[in-house]
Design a protein around this ligand. Structure first.
Ligand code: ZN
Length: 451
């Protein structure tokens, strides 16, 4: 494919909204330049408001198979740990083929939901019972194949999972996640080689959490990566019980301990970071690490509330993810993030007056967390874009901030008209050409696994 031009009636650029924007793309779908005016030879004309696609910085795609099906397993009240048992029952059963087909469907749903890249936090490495596959990269390659089939730009995050809790042996269901550090580093290496020449795939690392990766193993992992700049994602301080266990084991809270013992920087994505003291907020924000927030999943699991206003005031960066994929909608995650602050403070517009700066902030943060050149309609970034539907009854007649505000606070996938990845249209008039095929497979697998 040669260079081309996409003409946008209005587009959200890093400096704000602009009318009559022409995106000049190179053959790889990267934005070469942004100009005003109408070219003679535009290959595409987008009439609706165009915004950068949102990177999804935290996903466990297979968990979509249990969305809405997690009844309480404990008498007297359910919590995260009860939900986790249900998730383990699903994780124990899924086959490589089921995983690939499930993820292809989930990634198409993400594209339709306004996400144009995804970080997959992937820990299903072994077969049922922990029996290794003949190819140790079997499941990781299935994840990459699904993303490729769906044309979803993916940052694959193979997960290191070594312990069943602070100072505890792995539990039986966790054997499926377990690799030695040496096996893990070999897997990361294989994935990096596999994705080496691919424009739409990248690899990072993910020590699962402080409870699942003991101190010495985390040290050895980071030492092995010294001199290599890869995204590093970790679940941290999601649950109060985790905070208490960390205090008992290390004598410090999770973020406090992490900040004291490791050099945290912009490469790190602190997933959830729900339970922080004000000192932890200030110290962690100052490192440049991205807070990886997944408000709908955190709400579903009763995790707690992230201190978003305080984090932003401290100069912190935050992005959003669909996590358990209970809901797959970029605008819903941003909305719940803002609404949580409204409920807490009994005020409106706590994080942003109209949604524009919050949207741009989350898109740029997500891009950094994924280690991909995306998140802005600017030269040097990939042309990943979302066109809002100018004919939607709530958007018709609106421009710029008004339209984005409506999308963030009142919208859903039904307000998205088209989605482009690297300049290629992957959702047109709200539809993806492969969605019926992928949805049919997913429907069957969900029924099989939940029978
Ligand atoms: Zn997670």
């Amino acid at each position: 494919m040669t260079e081309r031009f996409i003409q946008c009636a209005q587009a959200l650029l890093p400096e704000g909204w602009s009318a009559d924007v022409c995106l000049h793309l190179d053959a790889a779908g990267m934005i070469r330049s942004v100009s005003r005016g109408t070219p003679q030879n535009a290959s595409e004309v987008l009439d609706g408001p165009v915004i950068p696609g949102m990177p999804n910085l935290h996903s466990h795609g297979f968990q979509r198979l249990m969305a809405g099906l997690t009844r309480p397993v404990r008498p007297g009240g359910d919590d995260f740990w009860g939900w986790r048992q249900a998730m383990y029952r699903l994780a124990e059963r899924i086959t490589p083929e089921q995983l690939e087909h499930c993820l292809a469907h989930v990634y198409v749903a993400m594209l339709k939901g306004g996400y144009t890249s995804c970080a997959e936090f992937h820990y299903l490495h072994n077969g049922p019972g922990g029996k290794p596959y003949r190819d140790p990269a079997e499941m990781s390659l299935r994840v990459l194949a699904a993303a490729d089939a769906a044309r979803m730009p993916l940052t694959l995050l193979p997960v290191l999972y070594r312990a069943g809790g602070f100072g505890q042996a792995l539990q039986a269901p966790q054997q499926r996640f377990a690799l030695t550090l040496e096996q893990y580093l070999a897997l990361v290496d294989t994935c990096r080689r596999h994705t080496g020449g691919q424009a739409l795939a990248a690899v990072g690392v993910a020590p699962h959490s402080l409870r699942a990766v003991p101190r010495d193993e985390l040290q050895r992992l980071l030492s092995a990566l010294a001199g290599v700049s890869l995204p590093i994602h970790i679940h941290v301080a999601e649950q109060q019980a985790e905070v208490q266990d960390c205090l008992a084991h290390y004598g410090a809270r999770p973020l406090e301990w992490l900040l004291q013992n490791f050099e945290i920087n912009r490469n790190w994505c602190l997933v959830h970071a729900t339970h922080m003291t004000s000192i932890e907020v200030r110290t962690a924000a100052a490192t440049g690490a991205i807070a990886g927030l997944c408000p709908t999943t955190e709400a579903d699991l009763g995790d707690g509330c992230f201190e978003a206003r305080d984090w932003l005031d401290a100069g912190g960066w935050l992005g959003i993810g669909s996590d358990s994929n209970l809901r797959i909608s970029a605008c819903e995650e941003l909305r719940l993030l803002e609404f949580t602050e409204r409920l807490r403070r009994q005020r409106r517009h706590v994080l942003d007056d109209v949604g524009t700066s919050l949207y741009l902030h989350a898109a740029r943060s997500g891009a950094a967390a994924l280690g991909q050149a995306v998140g802005q309609l600017a030269p040097g970034c990939r042309a990943d874009l979302v066109e809002l539907d100018a004919s939607h009854p709530l958007i018709a007649g609106q421009t710029g901030d008004e339209a984005l505000e409506t999308y963030v606070f009142a919208g859903g996938s039904d307000m998205i008209r088209s989605v482009h990845v690297a300049g290629e249209c992957v959702v047109e008039r709200g539809r993806n050409e492969q969605e019926a095929l992928f949805e049919g497979r997913f429907r069957r697998i969900r029924q099989e696994l939940n029978a």
